[in-house]
Ligand binder design. Sequence first.
Ligand code: HSE
Length: 444
Amino acid sequence: MALTAYVPSIPQPAKRPASRVQPAVAQRPSKIALLGFGTVGRAVAEILCREPRPELQLTHVFNRNVQRKRVGWVHDSVTWTQDVNEILNSTADVVLELIGGLDPAYEFIRRALLSGKSVVTANKHVMAKYGPELLLLAHQTGQRLEYGASVGGAVPVLTAVQQGLSGDRLLRICGILNGTCNYILSNMERNGTTLAGALHKAQQLGYAESDPSDDVNGLDAACKLAIVARSAFHAQVNAFHIPRQSILEIQPADFRYARQVGCTVRQVSHAELTGKRLCASVGPALVPLNSALGNSIDNDNAVLIRGEKSGDTLLAGKGAGGQPTAVAVVSDLLSVRQGSGAESPSLLTMLPIAPVKSAHYLRLSMSGKRSGVISAVRRILADHGIGISKVLEREGKNTLHAGYTLQSCSPATLNKAAMQLSKLEGVSQRPLLLPILSTHIGDK
Ligand code: HSE
């Protein structure tokens, strides 16, 4: 398949500073203008105000309806504003974008770079969609753009890919990149919490996006996966082309069935180079109970990075929430200050994306008697050449579910079979199909 060159279009900056190093700043604290005083913005402000660092000084806070955001513990010297121009025309050195979403965050980042300010952002939507363009703009304007907090919360996934493991040829990224889904699924598994109840709690704890459908439908993790894959594979990856499956269909029965084959359910993001294509997916998957991913609970993220020579490197820790993400943000502010770790922009080719091939778990929910349905299921799977590895045990006489593990086959074949299964009389919901990631995701 042909690779398409991705050439970002860049506006001309007003002027290009002679040097990226600003010696005058080294003598005084870097002035930080914070855009967005939500969960993460507030947690960053707390670090900057309550545990002051001589090299970082909070000078501005921007938010809509800013008056209702004011808090007494922020120094009186800080300017609170709802006019972004006040920030862009100020003497701030670094604009810290923590608004989230594409609009107006993308435009604010662009304008900040063009007005001669470095930018630190935790914005995965902007960096997934406009990352190469903005990195090139930062390079052209002699500014820094750091976005380590956009992936993994406090877990330094991007630093590992861009620096620690950059000496290797990276082959695969596989892991948990969304804390909200991990909180939901691990609490369903371990505490019997309902999906709705766990999502509500994740929202209260500040893990979920303002629209939590981005978490549960996998878009949040797909953006993060696209950002990491871009750095790991030096290629442009469109987050919207990554196949996604929602976690909303997961039921308590799925954890019980998964346990019969030594597994549990987690939302897994997977990207793997296969020739000139990227096999990628985001969605719920069966992972071994006794693995790094199976042992991840609450707002953890856990990512395995496979390199040609380094093998698998596991990074794990708190992946969502105000404080863990604020730590990553402050680390990026310090990196801008120290002039370390800048990513060079490069011309990237667009990697076509293919679905991941694997063994699958199948669960059918039935409205009435099982007997007729069960034989029809066997026939349909056999007709499509899909082998059954294991028929999972019924949970009781009156169970309205049937569970199977299936041998590896192409996603297209599986989808055709699932379509026919869903039309069977007595099958009450769309059959649930989940990949089984058993042998290659960090079994202990
Ligand atoms: N909603 C995101 C998550 C926040 O749950 O992972 C951190 O990016």
